[in-house]
Design a protein. Structure first.
Length: 257
């Protein structure tokens, strides 16, 4: 399958998706959104894929929603057409997805990285929500996910001033899970994805679901749903295999059942 705005590669059970609009610093237009949704739909259904890495170029993960595409949009078209609503499907992707970020992750680019499960960043990465400089505000979750990731003080600072945060600040603020040298970025992300993809898929999906619920529920409800998911995993063959392997001092062979 070939795409106009994406490059794809498979390494064993890991799919690598590279945003590929170098002439526009990977600005996220409707073609990127349509192609990414289609590809993620296929990867979700593909039993041979256990995790995904989403990356961009050395200069830009993505410099935001495509300003040239948005420039002439009016309210009625944006509202009735549900403009950019399709990105929610990326956040709803059920398998683990890691953002490997180098260079600019601005506006929709920062928001896309935050839709992923965690961010591994190169020391060159720069994050920001500069929408305010264009007379708008974040529209793909920036005001919500950034605030949950880094807290009100920094989220307000970034959303109100439009300033960029470098990779060191982003890591210390809790937006970035791992910071690596630029030349290590893709390998680090693929190694993490490969490790995840080797675990039992039901437990991986439930771990993702459980952590995500922490953002949606009260502590009591979250603890209750975690317990239900935990109990449910005792119905899997992989739980028996994982624990038997530990007791027998061997490596488990998970069958994703
Ligand atoms: N949309 C469309 N085109 C973009 C773009 C964007 N978000 N970001 C960069 N480009 C294009 C530029 O127009 C330029 O194209 P041309 O050569 O045809 O003029 C090309 O990419 C290279 O960009 P620059 O020459 O500007 O590169 P630079 O290195 O001088 O600056 C930058 C890099 C600081 C990232 C600068 O490009 C920039 O500020 N980009 C816009 C960032 C931004 O405001 N993002 C938020 C968008 S709104 C949004 O995302 C809404 C939302 O929440 C959903």
């Amino acid at each position: 399958m070939s795409f106009e705005t994406l490059l794809t590669e498979r390494r064993d059970r890991v799919a690598i998706i590279t945003l590929n609009r170098p002439q526009a610093l990977n600005a996220l237009n409707s073609t990127v959104m349509r192609e990414l949704r289609q590809l993620l739909g296929e990867l979700e259904a593909d039993a041979g894929i256990g995790a995904v890495v989403l990356t961009g170029s050395e200069k830009a993960f993505a410099a935001g929603a495509d300003i040239k595409e948005m420039q002439s949009l009016d309210f009625v078209d944006a509202y009735t057409g549900g403009f950019i609503g399709g990105w929610d499907e990326v956040a709803g992707f059920r398998k683990p997805i890691i953002a490997a970020v180098s260079g600019f992750a601005l506006g929709g680019g920062c928001e896309l990285a935050m839709m992923c499960d965690f961010i591994i960043a190169s020391k060159t990465a720069k994050f920001g929500q500069p929408e305010i400089t264009l007379g708008i505000i974040p529209g793909m979750g920036g005001s919500q996910r950034l605030t949950r990731a880094v807290g009100k003080a920094k989220a307000m600072d970034l959303c109100l001033t439009g300033r960029m945060m470098d990779a060191v600040e982003a890591e210390s603020a809790g937006l970035v899970a791992r910071l690596v040298e630029p030349e290590r970025l893709l390998d680090e992300a693929v190694e993490a994805a490969t490790k995840i993809a080797a675990f039992s898929l039901p437990s991986v999906l439930m771990a993702k679901e459980a952590v995500n619920r922490a953002f949606e529920q009260t502590l009591t409800e979250g603890l209750r749903s975690e317990r239900r998911l935990f109990h449910a995993l005792f119905a899997t063959e992989d739980q028996k295999e994982g624990m038997a392997a530990f007791v027998e001092k061997r490596k488990p062979v998970f069958r994703n059942r």
